[in-house]
Design a protein around this ligand. Sequence first.
Ligand code: NAD
Ligand code: TYD
Length: 356
Amino acid sequence: MEKALRPMHRLLVTGGCGFIGTNFIRYLLQDADFDGQIVNVDKLTYAGNPENLTDVAAQYPQRYVFEQADICDSEALKRIFDRYSIDSICHFAAESHVDRSIVAPDAFIQTNIVGTFNLLELARAYRTRLVLFHHVSTDEVFGSLGDHGAFSEDTAYRPNSPYSASKAASDHLVRAYHKTYGLPVTLSNCSNNYGPYQFPEKLIPLMVLNALADQPLPVYGDGQNVRDWLYVRDHCTAVWRIMQRGRAGQTYNVGGGSEMRNITVVEMVCDILDELVPPQNGRSRRELITFVTDRPGHDRRYAIDFTRIREKLNWQPEESFASGLRKTITWYLDQRWWVERVKSGQYREWIKQQYH
Ligand code: NAD
Ligand code: TYD
């Protein structure tokens, strides 16, 4: 272990109504050794769903607060910092979908770069009471691999999409604030997450829902692109381990040791669904797989060397891809209401009434 536990009592979590942020807040309040307060700051874009946390909000009224705010709004952030005497930050908020970044990169530049800069400036202003700024990032900053090798923390940054370029920029800013101003920061670069509460535009939930609706399953290009998959709860335990024990100024790669070709992932989704919900027409859902035009600049392969976090912080993933995928699919089957809510226009109206 590199360090003793950090004394974090009033933690600002950005993007806590999104996929990983929701899982992280649930983990911290319900299972982790954390007894402080969480202030969740989220703008509630299409990807943010405050209902994800309604039950924990009711369960922990003293320890959980939600504030709707844009991380690009410095004044709003300052009010929140003052009001709750924030002493640490875990920064998840981002525009996160590569395909959207190709069509409309503007919001990625604003939220991922300018928003991170705003948070860093605020952290600098409150430097004396700041225990830690943890920045959550992606392995996509490293670009694309050939058939061999894996990204280490020393791999040069070569982002290929507007999304990964914006995350790379934010990583550099965070690191620079440590070097220049001595801000206590840690960073994590993680591979593809999957699990409960993931917005159904990403590969796995999209395929689950399309398959259930008997819709085509669009696989980009030849389907041979490789991603490393990590069950979201394992990502949450890694982030918390780094926050507690990681060395200030240090980056940690986080991965699942589960490299899979996209086509294999989609076939596994089909097979698990066929078993859990036998198709009425008796035909395998694999027949719905449709190869479509490739994503521009589509990275071929990601793989993560997570030796540092394993050896220095004694972390490793618990879930295998097969068991995690089954759990995830079961969750989507059990939570049809959630899917209907996040996809419906009615839901956006509800958010407006609650928070505006
Ligand atoms: P997500 O899109 O599900 O959630 C993002 C959240 O941020 C949403 O709740 C959204 O409302 C909020 N948000 C967006 N813009 C905001 C703004 N300007 N101000 C305040 N809140 C804003 O994303 P996710 O998949 O949960 O990813 C979370 C973080 O983890 C991101 O930083 C992403 O880059 C990183 N990451 C994701 C993965 C993955 O596989 N999903 C892997 C590695 C790293
Ligand atoms: P995605 O979930 O968008 O994550 P990322 O682009 O951040 O890795 O996509 C995962 C992989 O699946 C990626 O190689 C693109 C591919 N993909 C498809 O083949 N079809 C789809 O409909 C989607 C959304 C992704």
